[in-house]
Ligand binder design. Structure first.
Ligand code: BJW
Ligand code: ZN
Length: 243
C-alpha cells in the first residue's frame, strides 16, 4: 500500500502530468526505452519539419503505423484510475505529452494534450483541419490550397499550442497535488511543469519504475508501473477523504 500524507485529504485540485509510460501497459511503446519507438528511428530523423519536408512519404508511413497501433489500443488500469479520480476530487486536470487519446477514451474530461494528437491532421500551408480516410497510404493534399497534410502533433522546434500550454500552467499553479506519471521529464517546455509545481510548494508525487532527472526533487517517488501504482494512489486518496 502507498501511504500518502494526511493533508492530501484536502487536495481538491489535482494535476496528473503524464508521458509515454502511462500507455506502456496498453501496448504502446515508449520513446526512449531500448525497445522504444526511437530505438530504430532517431527523433531528428522523423519528428521534425525538416524530416517531413525531406521525405514526406517516409514520415507519413511512420505515423500511419503508429496510428494503427493506437487505434487498436485500449486504456489500462492507470488511465482508468486517473479518470476515476473525478468521482470524488472536485477538479482533476490531465496534462499529457501523449498523442494517443487514451485519457479521453478512459473518461477523463479535462485533458490538455501538450504535444497534439495522432488522430488530428492539418494542412501544412493554410492550417485547415483535415479528416483523413481510414487507410490513407500516401500523404494527402489539402483540397483548399494543395498543401501537404501533416500529423497534428508537435515536432521538435515547434511551439506548443498556446491555449493548451496556458491551461496546463494555470492548472499547475492552482493545484494542491501534482502527479508526474510515466515520463522521462527531459522534453521541454513540458518537463518544466513538475519543476514549477515544486517551486510553488505543491506536493509532488512521481510514478515511474525508473529514476529520472526529476526524481530527487519529488516529495515522493513511487517506483512502480502506472497500472499498479495509480489505482493504489486513487484508493488512498479516496480513503483519506472519507475517514
Ligand atoms: C513507465 C512505464 C510504466 C515506462 N509506468 N512509467 C537543447 C537542444 C535541442 C533542443 C532543445 C534543447 N533544450 C530544449 C530543446 C527543445 C526541445 C527539447 O526539449 N529537447 C530535449 C530532448 C532536449 N523541445 C522542443 O523542441 C519543443 N518545442 C519548443 O521548445 O518550442 C520552443 C521553440 C520553438 C522554436 C525554436 C526554439 C524553441 C517541442 C517538443 C515536442 C516533443 N514532441 C515529441 C514527439 C511528438 C510527436 C510524436 O509522437 O511523434 O513528444 S518528442 C517525444 O518526447 C514525444 C513525447 O511526448 C516526449 C516526452 O517523452 P516521454 O513521454 O517522457 O517518454 P519517454 O519514452 O522519454 O519516457 C517514458 C518514461 O516512462 C520513462 O521514464 C520510463 O521509465 C517510464 N515508464 N513504463 C510508468 N508502465
Ligand atoms: Zn491548405
Amino acid at each position: 500500500m502507498i501511504d500518502l500524507p494526511g493533508h492530501l485529504a484536502h487536495a481538491d485540485r489535482i494535476v496528473v502530468f503524464t508521458g509515454a509510460g502511462i500507455s506502456a501497459e496498453s501496448g504502446i511503446a515508449t520513446f526512449r526505452a531500448p525497445d522504444g519507438i526511437w530505438a530504430q528511428f532517431k527523433p531528428e530523423e522523423l519528428a521534425n519539419i525538416d524530416a517531413f519536408m525531406a521525405n514526406p512519404e517516409r514520415v507519413w508511413q511512420w505515423y500511419q503505423y503508429r496510428r494503427h497501433v493506437v487505434e487498436s489500443a485500449t486504456p489500462n488500469a492507470g488511465h482508468r484510475a486517473i479518470a476515476d479520480l473525478e468521482q470524488f476530487i472536485p477538479r482533476v486536470d490531465v496534462v499529457t505529452q501523449n498523442v494517443d487519446g487514451l485519457h479521453r477514451a478512459a473518461g477523463s474530461t479535462h485533458v490538455h494534450e501538450l504535444h497534439g494528437s495522432l488522430i488530428a491532421h492539418r494542412c501544412l500551408e493554410c492550417g485547415r483541419p483535415y479528416e483523413i480516410a481510414p487507410d490513407e497510404q500516401h500523404v494527402p493534399q489539402c483540397p483548399e490550397c494543395g498543401g501537404l497534410i501533416r500529423p497534428g502533433v508537435v515536432w521538435f522546434g515547434e511551439e506548443l499550442p498556446a491555449d493548451v500550454w496556458d491551461a496546463a500552467e494555470a492548472a499547475t499553479r492552482e493545484c494542491d497535488l501534482f502527479l508526474s506519471v510515466g515520463t522521462s521529464t527531459i522534453v521541454y517546455p513540458a518537463a518544466s511543469l513538475p519543476f514549477l509545481a515544486i517551486r510553488l510548494g505543491k506536493y509532488v508525487i512521481e510514478v515511474n519504475p525508473e529514476s529520472t532527472d526529476f526524481s530527487r526533487y519529488a516529495d515522493r517517488s513511487v517506483r512502480e508501473t502506472a497500472g499498479v501504482a495509480m489505482p493504489q494512489i486513487a484508493e488512498q486518496l479516496y480513503a483519506l477523504r472519507n475517514q
